[in-house]
Design a protein around this ligand. Structure first.
Ligand code: SF4
Length: 342
């Protein structure tokens, strides 16, 4: 898969006062991209597009370089204690993406250049947790690996966490470009996961992401480089022939990891497909021919983290998904830990 190159890069002026802001500016100076300088609040005005689908497509080719002023981190259950962001959003076009409904009509990408401030907020949260291990998710609002060739900030964060006695980092990705991370001193403090799914889900809904093969190759490299590794199986869908398709997925994964990695302690997180009423409306505008099954009548309502009800599978179907996938995983990966199903 090719590295992402935006069409336009917007620099929020304060970002240029940071070394990383300057580094990104230098990186783009000789690239065929439009460079714009304007405040973060007015960034969206630089993005063209008249229809919802057009604005969405243009926003996904736009990168805002800015700073992250958050001093209090959100909790991130069940995957970690807290979440923080090096980037927000990503260049992929997953039709079901939960960011559809949280990032407005022009969901452009952002990178944050004030890494030292972000690290200091992380250290504060660890201190407040005393001697307990505190875990931090770096990829709940975007995919930092997708922009790593531009920022290098995920590598810096992995090294930062390597030196933290009580802090652990968690990252998940649908991108394959891990080579720059393999020789880092990670101290096994970063749990790296890839998102996996059936061929049907990846090819039908996950546009502009790495193929399953590329993802599996990337995670195997990370595993061989000594990182703890895992898999987020999401969104789990009961599509046609889903049982055979998930069986095939884990068979391929076992083959790809080989006997050595397959018998290591692998982390699995299982997330069933869900949607909200707001997301459904936006998805239908951006992907009018979507094949996502968004029939509310077939679903149960569950209260969601973003303050909205979400539609999930009915209790019996969800139970079947959980039991079936867990049995497939434990059948092939005896040391695996299935952390949760949600
Ligand atoms: S890779 Fe993740 S963040 Fe990016 S569009 Fe897909 S679901 Fe959303």
């Amino acid at each position: 898969m090719e590295l992402f190159m935006p069409e336009r890069v917007i620099f929020d002026p304060p970002s240029l006062e940071y070394p990383l802001g300057q580094k990104i500016y230098d990186y783009f100076r000789d690239k065929p991209v439009a460079i714009i300088k304007t405040g973060a609040r007015t960034a969206a005005r630089s993005i063209p597009g008249t229809t919802p689908a057009g604005m969405y497509a243009q926003a996904k080719k736009t990168l805002l370089v800015t700073i992250n002023k958050l001093s209090k981190l959100d909790v991130c259950k069940p995957s970690a204690d807290y979440q923080f962001s090096l980037v927000s959003n990503c260049p992929a076009h997953c039709e079901y993406c939960y960011l559809q409904s949280t990032q407005g009509s022009k969901p452009y990408l952002k990178v944050f250049v004030n890494l030292e401030d972000i690290f200091s907020v992380i250290e504060d949260h660890i201190r407040q947790n005393g001697d307990k291990i505190t875990t931090f998710e770096a990829a709940s609002l975007g995919d930092p690996l997708a922009l790593e060739h531009i920022t290098g900030s995920l590598a810096k964060t992995i090294v930062f966490f390597a030196g933290l006695e009580h802090g652990r980092l968690r990252v998940v990705t649908k991108f394959p470009h891990v080579d720059s991370l393999l020789d880092l001193p990670h101290n096994r403090h970063t749990l790296f996961r890839i998102s996996i799914n059936t061929d049907y889900v990846i090819s039908t809904f996950e546009h502009n992401t790495a193929s399953l093969d590329e993802r599996m190759e990337a995670i195997a490299k990370l595993g061989r480089a000594g990182y703890p590794i895992g898999f987020i199986v999401a969104p789990i869908m009961q599509h046609e022939n889903w049982k055979e398709a998930y069986d095939l997925l884990f068979r391929k994964l076992e083959e790809r990891l080989g006997p050595e990695l397959s018998r290591k302690e692998l982390n699995f997180e299982l997330i069933q497909y869900r949607f909200t009423a707001v997301a459904k409306e936006l998805i239908l505008q951006r992907f009018p021919n979507t094949r996502l099954d968004m029939d509310e009548a077939k679903r149960s309502l569950k209260w969601g983290r973003f303050g909205r009800y979400k539609y999930v599978y009915q209790k019996e179907e969800a139970e079947e998904l959980k039991e079936y996938l867990t049995s497939l995983i434990l059948g092939r990966f005896p040391e695996a830990k299935v952390q949760y199903f949600t």
